[in-house]
Design a protein around this ligand. Structure first.
Ligand SMILES: *[C@@H]1O[C@H](CO)[C@@H](O)[C@H](O)[C@H]1NC(C)=O
Ligand SMILES: *[C@@H]1O[C@H](CO)[C@@H](O)[C@H](O)[C@H]1NC(C)=O
Ligand SMILES: *[C@@H]1O[C@H](CO)[C@@H](O)[C@H](O)[C@H]1NC(C)=O
Length: 385
């Protein structure tokens, strides 16, 4: 009986449809394509929430909100001072989050050792941060790409995060966001041709072509980078099929990125003579008997020496300085070091810093108020309008 009814209705529909196509469009309300797109985007952003975090917006009257708007289009990115976060995406890695992931990771050192920010990705963009340091590897299951400083969010994918950034750029079209992407080793997941091809395809999809800057081999100007993501590629596409030849952004070859270097010189475009000067001294070499303040002084010295160089030499070259470090003793972090950076530098550099409220203790009071943690306006001088 049921079967019969279905056949009957179907026949009726078929019989009516030629007539319907001649008649006026149906007058009943139906959801538009926009509603459907928005629902799909919400779904993606919901999956991205553990890494992207909430976007509470920023007041246009704040200096940190859309701060690039006042800088001329023809400014080379390497001449700007762009603040970033190191091991971006750890903002919500609390003991509770870690406990919820123990089924995947097994027991680990305390969560605070993995956590480098307290502000979400989207909120730190609103705070003025413009460079991210993302570490990818397969999520559990080896099928989607996730982000790590230890496993952070097993069901959030690289695509979800990029959509979140695309949407933020739609709301802030004057801003340029640089995304350093690095493969995280030691996660126990494979690093194979499939994952490289997945990353390639995400970046070079139609939507990727729209939102990723297409300049290759150099960083170009702010004008070219506005409303876009600019790739700092810290891994090599060495397993791709030969026909996938497109490259965007700049490639910072991991083979030439000396581990724990205080003054790395990494040529990223030999034809144009482009070098990145990098300070990535994260693991102190002082004797283990040193005091916390000795460790901190030493890191402070390495960072300020590098930033000092950035103000003195090579105005058209890229400087990247990591302000965070630790004293690591046989795999255990003994002393966390987070930024204590003096004011008044006129930096020409990318500066990555750990964005942790709790850890920063040795700020010279004459330089900063607490608001520094959410972003140091003086830190951006001179490009900060
Ligand atoms: C942040 O972590 C807590 C604890 O693990 C979790 O309940 C919450 O959903 C997380 N927030 C987001 C936005 O994922
Ligand atoms: C993922 O890869 C790891 C390392 O090769 C392997 O041990 C694990 O079984 C894989 N998981 C799945 C679901 O294939
Ligand atoms: C600073 O520049 C000098 C001169 O080029 C160089 O010898 C030194 O290694 C640099 N130091 C740092 C920390 O970049």
């Amino acid at each position: 009986m049921l079967l019969h009814l279905r056949v009957h209705l179907c026949a009726l529909f078929l019989a009516l449809s030629p007539l319907a196509s001649l008649a006026a469009p149906p007058s009943y309300d139906h959801p538009s394509q926009t509603v459907l797109s928005q629902a799909a985007l919400s779904d993606i952003l919901f999956r991205g929430l553990p890494i992207l975090g909430p976007d509470n917006g920023c007041s246009k009257t704040l200096k940190t909100c859309d701060w690039m708007a006042k800088i001329p289009d023809n400014t080379p990115l390497v001449r700007m001072n762009l603040p970033g976060t190191h091991d971006t995406s750890t903002w919500n890695y609390s003991a509770t989050t870690q406990a919820s992931l123990t089924g995947y990771t097994g027991p680990l050192p305390p969560a605070y050792l993995f956590r480098c920010q307290e502000r979400s990705l989207l909120q730190s963009l609103n705070d003025g941060i413009r460079v991210f340091d993302l570490r990818f590897a397969y999520n559990p299951g080896n099928d989607t790409i996730g982000f790590y400083h230890s496993l952070l969010a097993p069901t959030t994918t690289m695509t979800d995060i990029f959509f979140g950034l695309y949407q933020w750029l739609n709301k802030h079209p004057t801003e340029a966001v640089l995304v350093s992407i690095n493969h995280e080793s030691g996660t126990g997941t494979p690093y194979d041709a499939k994952i490289q091809e997945m990353v390639y395809d995400v970046i070079n999809s139609d939507i990727g072509n729209t939102y990723w800057g297409q300049t290759s081999g150099s960083l170009g100007t702010l004008g070219q980078a506005r409303g876009k993501l600019t790739l700092l590629q810290r891994f090599t596409f060495d397993l791709l099929p030969a026909y996938k030849t497109k490259r965007i952004g700049i490639q910072l070859d991991p083979g030439h990125w000396t581990d724990n270097g205080k003054a790395i010189e990494l040529v990223y475009n030999a034809d144009k003579g482009l070098t990145a000067f990098i300070e990535d001294y994260y693991d102190s070499s002082l004797p283990l008997t040193s005091t916390p303040s000795q460790f901190i002084e030493e890191k402070f010295g390495a960072t300020t020496a590098h930033l000092g160089n950035a103000t003195l030499f090579n105005p058209d070259q890229l400087y990247i300085s990591f302000v965070s470090a630790a004293a690591i003793v046989t795999g255990v972090v003994k002393v966390d070091m987070t930024p204590r950076v003096g004011c008044g530098f006129s930096l020409l550099a990318l500066v990555f810093f750990c964005f942790c409220l709790g850890f920063v203790v040795l700020l010279p009071a004459r330089c900063f108020s607490l608001s520094w943690f959410f972003f140091p306006p003086s830190f951006l001088s001179p490009s900060f309008p």
